[in-house]
Ligand binder design. Structure first.
Ligand code: NAD
Ligand code: ZN
Length: 266
């Protein structure tokens, strides 16, 4: 027989699963921590890139606006000589936490996911009900009409122009100082205002406006569930808070939800 001592998370996993199974419109907010087990470093936290190297300049978008051609030359240079984050993004694959969330979406429990990650791993795991609020490093985006296209190769002309409207094209990743694309913001408002449960995975929940969409659900009195390696500023507001690696916790939560729902495929 398993005792709470053998399995410190067992009871909380069942409570989290029950909340998810009971919700009629559950959404999720994910951050860099969900991709840590895919080998992509986080920014904050013990081994975070900013902890090691300091915070990046906050005027990246000004640099782009001042000279999109020079900015594109820098992007091309970084592709040739990638830094730690760029290098890890290129070959990363989804981990158990991404697949567990994809399964929760597939069985209809998770209605929408807002990710702050730019790594595209939720999509690679098969998720479709998704807003990449800070963009996707594998895509390009027109700064005027927001049309997105795959970023497979460095463009031949700097800056590249949009096929539809002639606007200047940049990478889809949202830089410091750059407004969140209006289509992403609008979707986040819509999804979060419908939600009656929110699952937060691998996020410090300090980046605005992304974190605000999760808080808004909690402020309406609905349950918040946290899955994170360590406690965060939101832990005290959560109905259930689980602190360990996201891969194992999310796999167990998804399995428990499916058990509660019988076959899990209705
Ligand atoms: P963060 O870097 O600020 O914090 C990461 C969080 O993940 C911490 O709370 C940490 O305790 C937790 N964590 C670390 N390893 C974990 C694991 N194995 N399982 C569960 N939790 C774990 O992350 P954030 O709050 O998302 O930061 C926001 C910004 O960082 C976002 O704008 C995002 O775009 C950017 N970012 C993205 C990536 C990516 O695309 N993978 C990587 C680094 C940073
Ligand atoms: Zn355009």
């Amino acid at each position: 027989m398993t005792t709470p001592h053998d399995d410190p998370h067992g009871e909380d996993i069942r409570r989290a699963a029950a909340l998810l199974a009971d919700a009629s419109y559950c959404i999720a907010l994910t951050g860099a921590g969900i991709s840590a087990e895919s080998g992509i470093p986080t920014f904050r936290g013990k081994d975070g890139l900013w902890t090691k190297h300091g915070e990046p300049p906050l005027n990246q978008f000004d640099e782009f606006r001042d000279s999109p051609a020079d900015w594109w030359r820098n992007v091309a240079e970084r592709r040739r000589n990638p830094d730690e984050l760029t290098a890890s993004l290129v070959n990363a694959q989804p981990n158990d936490a991404h697949f567990a969330m994809a399964e929760l979406e597939r069985i209809g429990v998770l209605k929408h996911t807002i990710t702050q990650n730019v790594d595209g791993l939720h999509r690679l795991a098969g998720m479709e009900r998704l807003t990449e609020i800070h963009g996707n490093s594998r895509l390009l985006r027109c700064t005027q009409c927001t049309t997105r296209s795959p970023f497979d190769e460095i463009p031949e002309i700097f800056p590249p122009r949009c096929d539809h409207c002639g606007g200047i094209v940049k990478t889809d990743t949202v830089m410091f100082g750059e407004p969140i694309p209006p289509d992403a913001l609008e979707r986040c408002y819509r999804e979060s205002s419908r939600a009656d449960c929110v699952l937060l995975v691998g996020t410090t929940a300090v980046v605005s406006p992304a974190a605000d969409f999760a808080f808004a659900v909690g402020q309406r009195g609905h349950p918040m569930i946290e899955v994170n390696l360590d406690p965060t500023v939101i832990t005290q507001y959560c109905a259930v808070a689980l602190h360990d690696k996201a891969g194992e916790l999310m796999s167990r939560i998804a399995a428990s939800v499916k058990e509660l729902r019988g076959s899990g495929d209705q």
